[in-house]
Design a protein around this ligand. Structure first.
Ligand code: NAD
Ligand code: TYD
Length: 352
C-alpha cells in the first residue's frame, strides 16, 4: 500500500511527508512540479529512503498522473499542490486558476478513472483527500462567530476564489460520480520550512537581516494560527476516519492580530538572539494595505474534535517558540532559499 501526495515539496506538504514517514512505513509517492515554493531540500533527510518516491511533475499532466496511479496503485491521494500566496494571486492570478482549478479538475478525473476500475476492498477504502483553506469562507466581522463547515462560501481574493472553485469540484465529483472524497479547510499554518514570503517567516528572516518588518494597513487583521504538524495530524485523522463527502475545519483556537504576531516574533528574537542595535520591534514598518484584505478569519474546529477526537497538540506559545528556534538553527536553509541557490540545484538536478 502507498499514498500519492501532491505538492509534497512545499511548506505543508513536506512537513506532512516527513511526519508520515516518521510514524509509518507506508510509502509516499510525492508529485511536485517544484515551482519557486517547492524545495526538495525540505526532504533531504529522506535521501536514499525507499519509502519516498519523488516525481517532478505537474498535476495538470494527465498522462503522468495516470501512469503514477497505474504503477503505484495508491490507496489514497492527498492533494496539497497549489499556488498558495494571496499577494501573488493579486499580481498574477493566472497561475492560480491553472494549478488550483484546472490541476484539481485533472487530478479528480485521473482519480475517478483509476478508482472506477478498482474492485472490492481496494475500491471501498480509496480516498481523495483535498487540502483547502478557511479563506474560502470570506471575511468575518469582529463579533461574528468563527467559520463552521456550514458557512456559505464568500471568497474575496483570486487565491481563495481558486481554492473555493477546487472545493466545489471535489464536492461535485463526490455527489455526481460517487468519488470517495474528504475535504479539510484549515487556518493559517506556521512552522519549519515555511517560505519567507508569508508573514511569520518573513518577519523572522527580515528581523535577523536588520530589514524593515512590513505590516500591512493598521496591522489589526486577525488570523487563526495552527502549528503545521497539528495540521498534518488533523489531515491524518480525517483521512483515516472522516466521513465521505464531508468537510472538516481544522484550526488552532488561536486568533491573533497581525501586529501581535509580529511583536511576539520580535520579543522571542530579543530573547534568543539579542541585537546590540536594540529591540527588533524598532524595525516594524506600517506599509500600504493589501487590496481587498480580509479582516478576520477564525475557525470553529468542534466537528473534527467531536467526530474524530482531534485537537491541536501545540499552543501558540510553544509553536511560535519552536518556529523561531528552527529558523535560528537553519541559517543555511534560509540563505539558500533567499539566494535562489536551491533553484539552481533544481535546474541542475532536473534539467530546468
Ligand atoms: P506552498 O506554496 O508552500 O507549496 C505548494 C507546493 O505545490 C509547492 O511544492 C509547489 O511546487 C507545488 N505545486 C504548485 N503547482 C503545482 C503543480 N501544477 N503541479 C504539482 N505541484 C505543484 O503551499 P502550502 O502553504 O504548503 O499549502 C499547501 C496546501 O495547503 C495548499 O493547497 C493550500 O491552499 C493549503 N493551505 C495552506 C495554508 C497555509 O497556511 N499555508 C492553510 C490552509 C490550507
Ligand atoms: P499571509 O502569511 O500572506 O497569509 P494569508 O494572507 O493567507 O492569511 O499573511 C498573513 C497576514 O499577514 C495577512 O493578514 C497579511 C499580513 N501580512 C503583512 O501584514 N505583511 C506582510 O509582509 C505579509 C506577507 C502579510
Amino acid at each position: 500500500m502507498s499514498i500519492l501526495v501532491t505538492g509534497g515539496a512545499g511548506f505543508i506538504g513536506s512537513n506532512f511527508v516527513l511526519d508520515w514517514l516518521r510514524q509509518s512505513d507506508e510509502p509516499v509517492v510525492n508529485l511536485d512540479v517544484l515551482t519557486y515554493a517547492g524545495n526538495p531540500e525540505n526532504l533531504a533527510s529522506l535521501d536514499g529512503d525507499a519509502r519516498h518516491v519523488f516525481v517532478k511533475g505537474d498535476i495538470c499532466d494527465r498522462a503522468l498522473i495516470d501512469r503514477l496511479l497505474a504503477e503505484h496503485r495508491p490507496r489514497a491521494i492527498v492533494h496539497f499542490a497549489a499556488e498558495s500566496h494571496v499577494d501573488r494571486s493579486i499580481s498574477g492570478p493566472g497561475a492560480f486558476m491553472r494549478t488550483n482549478v484546472e490541476g484539481t479538475f485533472n487530478l479528480l478525473e485521473a482519480a475517478r478513472a483509476y478508482w472506477s476500475q478498482l474492485a472490492g476492498e481496494e475500491k471501498a477504502s480509496f480516498r481523495f483527500h483535498h487540502v483547502s483553506t478557511d479563506e474560502v469562507y470570506g471575511s468575518l466581522q469582529a463579533q461574528d462567530p468563527p467559520f463552521a463547515e456550514t458557512n456559505p462560501y464568500e471568497p474575496n481574493s483570486p487565491y481563495s476564489a481558486s481554492k473555493a472553485a477546487s472545493d466545489h469540484l471535489v464536492r461535485a465529483w463526490h455527489h455526481t460520480y460517487g468519488l470517495p472524497v474528504v475535504t479539510t479547510n484549515c487556518s493559517n499554518n506556521y512552522g519549519p520550512y515555511h517560505f519567507p514570503e508569508k508573514l511569520i517567516p518573513l518577519m523572522i528572516v527580515n528581523a535577523l537581516a536588520g530589514k524593515p518588518l512590513p505590516v500591512y494597513g493598521d496591522g489589526q487583521q486577525i488570523r487563526d494560527w495552527l502549528y503545521v504538524t497539528d495540521h498534518c495530524s488533523g489531515i491524518r485523522a480525517v483521512l483515516a476516519g472522516g466521513r465521505l463527502g464531508e468537510t472538516y475545519n481544522i484550526g488552532g483556537w488561536n486568533e491573533k492580530a497581525n501586529i501581535d504576531i509580529v511583536e511576539t516574533v520580535c520579543a522571542l528574537l530579543d530573547e534568543l538572539r539579542p541585537d546590540p542595535a536594540g529591540p527588533y520591534s524598532r524595525l516594524i514598518s506600517y506599509v500600504k494595505d493589501r487590496p481587498g484584505h480580509d479582516r478576520r478569519y477564525a475557525i470553529d474546529a468542534r466537528k473534527i474534535e467531536r467526530e474524530l477526537g482531534w485537537r491541536p497538540a501545540e499552543t501558540f506559545e510553544t509553536g511560535i517558540r519552536k518556529t523561531v528556534q528552527w529558523y535560528l538553527d537553519h541559517p543555511d536553509w534560509v540563505a539558500r532559499v533567499q539566494s535562489g541557490a536551491y533553484r539552481d540545484w533544481v535546474s541542475q538536478q532536473y534539467g530546468g
